[in-house]
Design a binder for this molecule. Structure first.
Ligand code: GDG
Length: 473
């Protein structure tokens, strides 16, 4: 089988061959181990000047990492990727800013990463590129003469055309995306937004087989919802339930009910609205005072981007205000923990809770929602309250689906979840475990790579046929 090269902005730091937690890292590393291959991207280090990749081999996987200069980091990563694309793709164009210099930096870094990768590419490799930092990457490789199959998966939402058009270089970006052979999205709605952009702008056409013909290229455009390994998570959550921190939480709860939330500290995750809906529950249903607590774990990310500093201040203010209003000497309504926890410990904490409260304002998929379900004890499972704007809502039919902009509806859903009878909780849990098993992380990866291999073979056949026709004409 051909060798796989994975490209992502950040190569997950490895410790004894184990990647940092997270869907991309786990799914990608598994795929690489099966076929052998290369994982190429940023090391996470700031370098004084650009240098060639540092190569480290572990088993049959080669890690090729590069540093970014401070200027590259500021323009490509902190700037265009995280201050323009991230907010706009999450429908927060009010938070998005555009700076021409930063966009130039974004294109420059993509071109320079492509140049560095080219040296490592062999003729029969297939290349799988991940996420919004690298929209122009295939185009840069093609400009360098690389002819290998190249696929792209977007982990975050793709906005509807009207919103996409607020990014000034929108057309150049979409045209760049058409240099890939397969473009994958988390949901069918995201796929449709991309196709709508192409068709409504008269840039190309699509067929029933998910093929798009645009800017002189044929590509497959489809939804590949990312999954988890539910049985491994179920096992870990059970095994870690006896850990000291989990026992302490159980003791501290003393018969109180627990609502759990875990998110990177990000404005797309709807944390402020979530706190306010919990406050609404306490206002509407005083019977719950002293009987339920919300634990919010939110490790900080991108803390040098200004909007992330603001959300942090805002959230600390809201938690303090709500606790000041309702707390009793022996009860704190919201425990807000601004730090990272060990992955398996998180799964065990999910298992202790009666409600998983996952209410992003917009989210590509949201793995936490899936992990929450998988962590539950099937004999006495907790209930998932889930935003309709998470990609995961399409796939978790047993969740209580809410609109995170409707605080009253969220408060009612919390109350319903806290009071739900055991038989209903069990039935809802079983309804969600079946699709989680059927569409696990291996299925996501294998389906994408099978399509990439297939489309690449088909298009090289078409290309040869076209060339033959040109010669004979
Ligand atoms: C992007 C898209 C899409 C969280 N806190 C800790 C911790 N986590 C882990 C969770 C989960 C992962 O991080 C977060 O994944 P999400 O999917 O929830 O969200 P994003 O980080 O925004 O991911 C998203 C995803 O890519 C995959 O395609 O689903 O829509 O935005 O696995 O458990 N892990 C540890 N400690 C923590 O404190 N160890």
């Amino acid at each position: 089988m051909s060798r796989l090269i994975v490209v992502s902005n950040r190569v997950a730091p490895t410790q004894e061959g184990r990647p940092a937690a997270g869907g991309l890292a786990i799914g990608v590393l598994d795929a690489l181990k099966e076929t052998g291959g290369v994982w190429f991207g940023w090391s996470g280090e700031i370098a004084a000047e650009p240098s060639s990749p540092v190569i480290e081999k572990q088993g049959n996987v080669t890690y090729a990492t590069v540093g970014l200069t401070k200027r590259d980091y500021d323009q490509y990563y902190r700037g265009f990727s995280n201050a323009t694309l991230w907010p706009t793709f999450h429908y927060r164009n009010d938070l998005s800013r555009y700076d021409r210099q930063e966009y130039a930096g974004y294109l420059r870094v993509n071109a320079s990463l492509a140049q560095q990768l080219k040296e490592l590419v062999r003729p029969d490799d297939i290349i799988w590129v991940h996420d919004y930092h690298l929209l122009p990457f295939a185009r840069c490789l093609r400009d360098l003469g690389v002819k290998n199959p190249i696929g792209f998966f977007l982990h975050i939402p793709f906005p509807v055309p009207e919103v996409m058009r607020t990014v000034p270089p929108h057309e150049e970006l979409v045209k760049c995306m058409c240099s890939y052979d397969v473009v994958g999205f988390q949901t069918d709605a995201d796929r449709q937004s991309f196709v709508d952009y192409i068709e409504r702008g008269n840039h190309g056409t699509s067929s029933d087989e998910n093929m798009v013909h645009a800017y002189g290229r044929f590509l497959k455009v489809a939804a590949y919802p990312i999954g988890i390994y539910p049985d491994a998570i179920a096992k870990a959550s059970e095994q870690f339930s006896d850990r000291k921190q989990v026992r302490s939480l159980r003791d501290a709860m003393r018969g109180r009910k627990l609502i759990m939330s875990v998110d990177r500290l990000d404005y797309s995750k709807g944390l402020v609205e979530r706190f306010q809906a919990f406050e609404r529950l306490l206002l509407n249903a005083p019977g719950w005072h002293g009987r339920v607590s919300l634990v919010q774990i939110a490790p900080p990310t991108r803390s040098d981007v200004q909007t992330y500093q603001r959300i942090r201040q805002n959230l600390e203010g809201e938690a303090g205000r709500i606790n000041g209003r309702f707390a009793q000497l022996d009860w704190t309504p919201i425990q807000y923990l601004n730090r990272k926890y060990e992955r398996n410990l998180l799964m065990a904490l999910f298992r202790q809770s009666q409600v998983g409260y996952v209410t992003p304002l917009r989210d590509g998929m949201n793995l936490v929602a899936k992990e929450y379900v998988a962590s539950q004890d099937p004999a006495d499972p907790g209930v998932l309250v889930l935003s309709q704007f998470a990609g995961a809502a399409e796939q978790l039919p047993g969740a209580l689906v809410v609109n995170p902009f409707d605080l009253s509806q969220m408060a009612e859903a919390l109350e319903r979840a806290l009071s739900m009878p055991l038989a209903e909780r069990q039935a809802r849990h079983a309804d969600m475990m079946a699709p989680l098993r059927e569409n696990n992380l291996s299925v996501w990866r294998d389906t994408f790579l099978a399509d990439l291999r297939h489309v690449a073979t088909a298009s090289s056949v078409t290309e040869k046929a076209v060339k033959r026709a040109d010669v004979t004409a």
